[in-house]
Every structure is written in structure tokens, then in C-alpha cells.
Design a protein around this ligand. Structure first.
Ligand SMILES: Cc1cc2nc3c(=O)[nH]c(=O)nc-3n(C[C@H](O)[C@H](O)[C@H](O)COP(=O)(O)OP(=O)(O)OC[C@H]3O[C@@H](n4cnc5c(N)ncnc54)[C@H](O)[C@@H]3O)c2cc1C
Length: 590
């Protein structure tokens, strides 16, 4: 087989990823009569969006007074002032419209008695710019992502989007001028390779929670799109900011939605104290996620953890009563019964922070165009390339994402990217000629794994990487621990270049997929530890014991990590919203 016999297919637009971000974009494009291909390494409705529990934010004011400007303030504050305020304004203003659209697509949102969409309180939400708790999160019980993803998939089937299910995207393809012209993919079932030529390519490949051993993320969340972007010469932005969700099931990592605390649940330590009163006297258990995760870690470090090893705290829900739990948190109840043998309607649940969300990613503007810094201009769009969803960094989450803002982000910016693509297609009628060299490179990357035989196993390196990241780039960080992390991940990266898949498993494409995924994960891990090592301040989820304060003088800027030379650059935060006044940085208390 040579590259000249590989089959080629042409579409106006290629979307890599069939989570909420990819499917929302695909629907917009298909309805505008563009020919759209969606490539997904798993069947679309198995994408991680399906696991989202708690809900999505929009200032509908159905339960308590609310407006988008308060939502914007909370998001800017939640981001620890690192989010770009123009993008945040755009997202918060668009939120109600995007929720109503979903409702029309068929999402069965939970209801109030008066028939309006139910909204629950979530962490970091306030009325009136930091006042009383708000209730802004729209939910379909505790299975919101499931409802959204299935509705979007069905709408795409109706709109005749073309799906390549269980195809793995290896790399982006481009021409000599750097225009992105599609991707090199293969069918995981048969191994057959395919070149997809497209006038535009949208990366919607989700996050990289598999960087850590204990995580809420699915096995498929390996940062593939981020890896592809790095190899195409695009830097990754703000990778030092990784969110740890405070309430993972202790020792296992599965998520217990923040909605559990939104419904009135709270955390207690071994002494039975309601611990969040100490760390966030006003918001208590609904303080921002970074704050709650640090509080739990601190309680445990100071000896107030629960259990025989004093290594977790308890989430108390039993006081809510079985009716509320069954109506609002049925999935959570089932998860606890299945994995712990504990019914939360009767007993408290052991919880511990778990890796959850990649705040950083591929830098984009509000239209979803991938942008890179170019000499003398702050940034320039990469022709034909877009990114949306968790793999992108637009940046609305800055240093810490608020619960309920990610489903919103993927839908708002999936839609915005599609709208920009529709305009782009009006001006760009023809497919540009491909550069055969970029096809050759992708081909070689895939076939490097044909060479079985002696060498370390991929699985061994993957499990070591996850441990190193957990130990050296977790909730609390110091220079020494991070330096060690850089050293160890660099060594693992080196070992991976010599690893092999065994003769036996090479018969299965799944082994090749795992090897390619680990290559992506490794590059994302390097980006994360390098960026974390360089940032000598504490901001949002990046918490440095040796630099405990936020340092706005020196660090109000986004980091940009490039693959070549493993180099870091920086660019300023966009602090000016489009139509309203800036929210200047203030001390962040809850
Ligand atoms: C357990 C859990 C609960 C959550 N709850 C909430 C919540 O209540 N509210 C909220 O706002 N956020 C929540 N989040 C976060 C939110 O769900 C995610 O950030 C969001 O759904 C990501 O969507 P996405 O479209 O970017 O990617 P995903 O849904 O992760 O989809 C990625 C897609 O890319 C495809 N893909 C990846 N790599 C390749 C490749 N190499 N080749 C081909 N295809 C590829 C995959 O097949 C998949 O289709 C939760 C996250 C988790 C893990």
C-alpha cells in the first residue's frame, strides 16, 4: 500500500469529534446545505458529552432573578480574571437562545410546576455581581449531557450529516502555505485508510482527562485534537490550568455532580464539621470548584479526613429525603449504589477531588477560528482550521471553569464556528491541492506502529504517565515537584519513541489506536507540566504552595506552549468586553 492508492473523499466541511461541540456545529452546517463529514473514534452518542450530569448555565431567571451580565461577572471571577471578557460576554448573552434551541431540538429539560425550565443553583453563581446565590443551571435531572447528545445526534440524522463512525483521525493535512485541508483517518474496524479533503476542518475532540490516574473522564479523552494541533505547528494555550472536581467517588474517581450540592448536599470532615464554612463563609459548599478541592485536600493534610486512612471527606445528602434524591439525582443514587453499595438517601458518600476538565487547549477567537501569534500582530487565523468545545481555549474559563459552563461553551462556540464556516464557504468555492508531504507524514506516524517486536509496552508507559501527572501536577504544586514532573514526563516521552505493540495485539487496530492516543497524551502532558512549571503564581486551579498569591502585575497573560523546542510564549488577556464595562481584577472570595 502506498499513499497514492489511499481512497479520497471530498466534503465542504470536516468535523473531527461527535460530542456536543461537533454535533452542534455539524447541524448548523448541514442545515445551511453544506456537505459535512463528522469523524468520531466512538459511536457519536458515546462521546463524553453523554456523561455530563448537572446541567448548563443560562440566565433565564425562571427560579430566582437573573440576567446575563451577572452570569458574565461570575464567569470572569470564576476564571480568576484570566478569561477573555469579549468571549465571556458573547457566551453569556447567547446562553438563553442556545437553551431554547435545544428545547426545540427535543431536549427534555426538567420542569417547574408552572411549566418553565427548572434551574438549580451551582457553584460560583451569584445575583447582582457577587450577592446572594443564583439558580442558573438548566438540567434534565442528572442526565443532561445524555439528553443533549442524543437530541443533537437525531437532528443530524434528519439533516443528513455524513458520519464516519469509529474512524480514528491521525493528523491534519495541509498545503505548503499552511492552509488546513482535511485529515488523514482510518477505519478502526478494518484498518482501511482514508484521506478526507475539506475546505474547512473543525477540531471538536474534547479534553484530556486521561492524563491523570483518578479521573471522571472516559477512556477516550486523550487530547487527540490538541496533539494534532501541536504537530501542525499550533501552540496550546493555558495548559497549566487543569480542573479537579471536588466530589469524585473516593478511590475511584467517578463524578458526583455539583448539582448534588446545588440541591442542598454538603461536605463534612471526620469531626462531623461542615468544613466549607471555614473556607468560604458565604458560598460554603457552592464556592468555585478550585476552592472546594483545595479545602478538601487541606482538611485531609491536617488530619481531619474520614475513613481508616483519613484520606477522604463525606458528602451528606440523606437529609434531602428520598423523594428529592430520586427526582433530581436518580443517576447519582444509582452510581453510589452500584459502585459503593451505599444509598445516598440513607448514608453519606466518601468523596475526594478527581481530575475533571482541561481549561487550556487550542487557541481560538470568538468565531472558533484557530489563531496563532504572528510577529508584529497579536494573532492571525490559521486558514481553514477551527476548534470548539473542550479541546479549544477561546478562553471563557480562564484559570478555572464554573460548573455548567462547559456544556454552554461547546454549544455556543460549536454554533459560532459553524456560522463562520458558512461565510468562509461562500468565499472559498474550490478545494485547494494537497501537499503530498503532509499525507506522507501522517501515513508514517500511523505505520510506525506496524513494527512490532522487542520494546516496552504502551500500557506500561501510559500507567506510569498517569501516576507521574497525579503526583507531580495535582491540586497543590511546588517548583521542586513540578521540575521533577518535567523530568519524568520527558523521560517517558523518550521511552515511548522506542515502545512497541506486541505481535499478538498488533492484529487489532485497537492496539494501534491506544498507541496513537498515548502519543497525543504525552505531548499534552508535556505542555501541561512545562506551562505549570513556568507560572510562578497561584491563579484558579493552578495552586502553587511556593507562590500562594495571584500576581496580576506579571501574570495576567495566557501561556502558549509550542511543540518545537518545547517553547513557551505569552499573550495578553483580552480584558475588554464588546458592549459593557470591564470587570477589573479583585481578590476572589466566596
Ligand atoms: C463525568 C462528567 C460530567 C460532566 N458534567 C458536566 C455538566 O453537568 N455541565 C457542564 O457544563 N459540563 C460538564 N462536563 C464537561 C462537559 O461535559 C465536557 O467538557 C463537554 O461535554 C465536552 O464536549 P466536546 O464536544 O468538546 O467533546 P466530547 O463530548 O468529549 O467529544 C469528543 C469527540 O471527539 C472524538 N474524537 C476524539 N479524538 C478523536 C480522534 N483522534 N479521531 C476521531 N474522533 C476523535 C470522540 O469520538 C468524541 O466524539 C462533564 C464532564 C464529565 C467528564
Amino acid at each position: 500500500m502506498t499513499i497514492s492508492n489511499i481512497q479520497r473523499r471530498r466534503f465542504d466541511s470536516l468535523i473531527i469529534g461527535a460530542g456536543g461541540g461537533g454535533l452542534r456545529a455539524a447541524l448548523q452546517l448541514a442545515e445551511a446545505d453544506a456537505s459535512v463529514a463528522v469523524v468520531s473514534k466512538v459511536f457519536p452518542t458515546r462521546s463524553h458529552t453523554v456523561a455530563a450530569q448537572g446541567g448548563m448555565n443560562a440566565a433565564l431567571a425562571n427560579v430566582l432573578p437573573d440576567n446575563w451580565h451577572w452570569h458574565m461577572f461570575d464567569t470572569v471571577k470564576g476564571s480568576d480574571y484570566l478569561g477573555d471578557q469579549d468571549a465571556i460576554e458573547y457566551m453569556c448573552r447567547a446562553a438563553p437562545k442556545v437553551v431554547y434551541e435545544l428545547e426545540h431540538f427535543g431536549v427534555p429539560f426538567s420542569r417547574l410546576d408552572n411549566g418553565r425550565i427548572y434551574q438549580r443553583p451551582f457553584g460560583g453563581q451569584s445575583q447582582n455581581f457577587g450577592g446572594e446565590q443564583a439558580a442558573r443551571t438548566c438540567a434534565a435531572a442528572d442526565r443532561t449531557g445524555h439528553a443533549i447528545l442524543h437530541s443533537l445526534y437525531q437532528q443530524n440524522i434528519r439533516a443528513k450529516t455524513h458520519f464516519f463512525d469509529e474512524y480514528f483521525a491521525v493528523d491534519l493535512l495541509k498545503d505548503e502555505e499552511g492552509n488546513i485541508l482535511g485529515a488523514f483517518v482510518f477505519d478502526i474496524h478494518t484498518g482501511e485508510e482514508l484521506i478526507i479533503e475539506a475546505k474547512t476542518t473543525l477540531l471538536a475532540t474534547g479534553g484530556a482527562g486521561q492524563l491523570y490516574r483518578t479521573t471522571t473522564n472516559a477512556l477516550i479523552n486523550t487530547g487527540d485534537g490538541m496533539g494534532m494541533a501541536l504537530r501542525a505547528g499550533i501552540p496550546l494555550q493555558d495548559m497549566e490550568f487543569f480542573q479537579f472536581h471536588p466530589t469524585g467517588i473516593a478511590g475511584r474517581g467517578m463524578l458526583i455532580t455539583e448539582g448534588a450540592r446545588g440541591e442542598g448536599g454538603y461536605l463534612v470532615n471526620a469531626e462531623g464539621e461542615r468544613l466549607m464554612e471555614r473556607y468560604a463563609p458565604n458560598a460554603k459548599d457552592l464556592a468555585s470548584r478550585d476552592v472546594v478541592s483545595r479545602a478538601i485536600e487541606t482538611e485531609i493534610r491536617e488530619g481531619r479526613g474520614c475513613g481508616p486512612n483519613k484520606d477522604y471527606v463525606m458528602l451528606k445528602l440523606d437529609h434531602l429525603g428520598v423523594d428529592v434524591i430520586q427526582k433530581r439525582l436518580p443517576g447519582i443514587r444509582q452510581t453510589c449504589i452500584t459502585f459503593l453499595g451505599i444509598d445516598p438517601a440513607e448514608q453519606p458518600v466518601p468523596v475526594y477531588p478527581t481530575a475533571h476538565y482541561t481549561m487550556g487547549g487550542i487557541p481560538t477567537n470568538r468565531q472558533g477560528q484557530v489563531v496563532v501569534p504572528v510577529k508584529d500582530t497579536p494573532e492571525e487565523a490559521v486558514n481553514g482550521l477551527y476548534a470548539a468545545g473542550e479541546c479549544a481555549c477561546v478562553s471563557v474559563h480562564g484559570a478555572n471553569r464554573l460548573g455548567g459552563n462547559s456544556l454552554l461553551d461547546i454549544l455556543v462556540f460549536g454554533r459560532a464556528a459553524a456560522n463562520h464556516i458558512i461565510d468562509y464557504l461562500k468565499e472559498n468555492h474550490y478545494h485547494r491541492p494537497m501537499n503530498e508531504e503532509s499525507i506522507e507524514k501522517a501515513y508514517q506516524r500511523l505505520h510506525r506502529w506496524d513494527d512490532t517486536g522487542e520494546g516496552e509496552s504502551v500500557e506500561q508507559i501510559r500507567s506510569e504517565l498517569k501516576l507521574v501527572m497525579e503526583k507531580n501536577c495535582g491540586v497543590f504544586r511546588t517548583q521542586e515537584v513540578l521540575d521533577q514532573g518535567v523530568k519524568e514526563v520527558t523521560a517517558l516521552h523518550e521511552r515511548l519513541t522506542k515502545a512497541r505493540i506486541s505481535d499478538h495485539s498488533a492484529m487489532f487496530n485497537t492496539a494501534r489506536v491506544e498507541a496513537l492516543e498515548l502519543e497525543n497524551l504525552m505531548d499534552v502532558a508535556l505542555a501541561t507540566v512545562f506551562s505549570a512549571c513556568a507560572r510562578t503564581e497561584s491563579r484558579g486551579a493552578h495552586s502553587r504552595v511556593d507562590y500562594p498569591e495571584r500576581d496580576d502585575m506579571n501574570w495576567m497573560k495566557h501561556s502558549l506552549y509550542s511543540l518545537l523546542e518545547r517553547k513557551l510564549d505569552y499573550k495578553p488577556v483580552r480584558t475588554k468586553p464588546v458592549t459593557v464595562a470591564t470587570f477589573p481584577p479583585k481578590a476572589r472570595v466566596y
